[in-house]
Ligand binder design. Structure first.
Ligand SMILES: CC(C)(COP(=O)(O)OP(=O)(O)OC[C@H]1O[C@@H](n2cnc3c(N)ncnc32)[C@H](O)[C@@H]1OP(=O)(O)O)[C@@H](O)C(=O)NCCC(=O)NCCSC(=O)C[C@@](O)(CC(=O)O)C(=O)O
Ligand SMILES: [Mg+2]
Length: 298
């Protein structure tokens, strides 16, 4: 099965039933039902109950569903897990993860709750959020410490607050963190996801930032408004020209492999395994199954 795309992950405040009800139709790859910073302190209990009931009743179609719980250091984190883990959304986000011990503490509770509810073969995966300088420092160990982690993400708003700096449009203050988190994620075969772009009226700025983080290796971006979905997809979706080139590279690779040739040239440019791998990634983003290309050549 093709790997799920995570180009766009839309935060929806967990205390807003009207927004959650629409979650399956925004066209984003994933929704992040938020019990953490989008929810006021006096709404935390209501939001938790609402999100649980929405997980039972709403049709999310093929949109991936992730719930962001509160950190276990807060009075809400454990209650969030007790309510949400039995519902087994596709994934749970651990915010402000700073150490391997934080992940262990979370997972101990997740596993206990799953056991108590007779969940034997849990499919729910974990997203860790790196949002403090300490988390950035420990990110390599965090990314490697738990097999159920399948994505890692930077929280730029909290990180800049923790560092005592302003989040500028050029992202200068979080550039090192972005690059370090990408390497830690890639080293552990995780999807690496970028932080939100706060100005919902600045499509050009959003696209520019998305172009940049795509070049760094991020698989997608967290969003705060449905209007941000299309601009982000526009950047992540390959152009017609890129698709045509990738199709040609894969076709030639397939034919050459059958003839026992490992490296060859197209228009004078060497095509080897990494080039083929990049072509396969483009084809995946264009929803083209390489098996169909192979069949057309057999
Ligand atoms: C930004 C704004 C107030 C703008 O309001 P506006 O009113 O100007 O929006 P409009 O465009 O006018 O809305 C038009 C229509 O869309 C509907 N609509 C709007 N937003 C929707 C949505 N999100 N989901 C579904 N529906 C939506 C709306 O209801 C209306 O529907 P209708 O009336 O029917 O036409 C609003 O969007 C909003 O609240 N966003 C969510 C904010 C949020 O979740 N923050 C927490 C996550 S970040 C964080 O925690 C930092 C982080 O942790 C994260 C990290 O990086 O990962 C870190 O540290 O960095
Ligand atoms: Mg945050």
């Amino acid at each position: 099965m093709a790997k799920k795309k995570r180009r766009s992950m839309l935060y929806i405040p967990g205390n807003n039933p009207a927004m959650i009800q629409q979650a399956g139709v925004y066209g984003c790859d994933a929704v992040l039902l938020d019990l953490e910073d989008a929810v006021a302190l006096n709404q935390k209990d209501a939001a938790r109950i609402l999100v649980r009931s929405m997980l039972e009743t709403v049709n999310f179609y093929d949109t991936e569903v992730c719930v962001r719980v509160n950190n276990l250091q807060t009075p809400f984190g454990l209650a969030d897990l007790e309510e949400i883990v039995p519902m087994q959304p596709d994934n749970i986000r651990f915010p402000k993860t700073e150490s391997v011990q934080d992940v262990k503490d979370f997972m101990k509770e997740v596993r206990r709750i799953e056991k108590e509810h007779g969940i034997k073969d849990p499919k729910m995966t974990i997203h860790v959020m790196i949002e403090t300088a300490k988390g950035v420092a420990n990110v390599y160990e965090i990314a490697a410490c738990e097999p159920r982690i399948d994505a890692i993400t930077i929280g730029g708003q909290d990180l800049t607050a923790d560092m005592g700096i302003v989040k500028t449009p050029d992202g200068a203050g979080i550039d090192y963190a972005r690059k370090r988190i990408v390497m830690a994620g890639k080293a552990n075969n995780l999807d690496v996801l970028d932080t939100v772009f706060a100005d919902v009226n600045d499509d050009e700025g959003l696209k520019e930032e998305t172009e940049y983080i795509k070049k760094l290796g991020f698989a997608g971006k967290a969003l705060i408004n449905p209007r941000q979905v299309d601009p982000v997809h526009e950047v992540f979706n390959p152009s017609e020209n890129e698709i045509r080139k990738a199709y040609r590279v894969y076709s030639e690779f397939y034919k050459n492999t059958k003839a026992g040739i490992g490296v060859f040239a197209i228009d004078g440019k060497m095509i080897d395994a990494p080039v083929v791998q990049r072509a396969i990634t483009v084809l995946e983003y264009a929803n083209i199954d390489i098996k169909d290309i192979e069949k057309s050549l057999d």
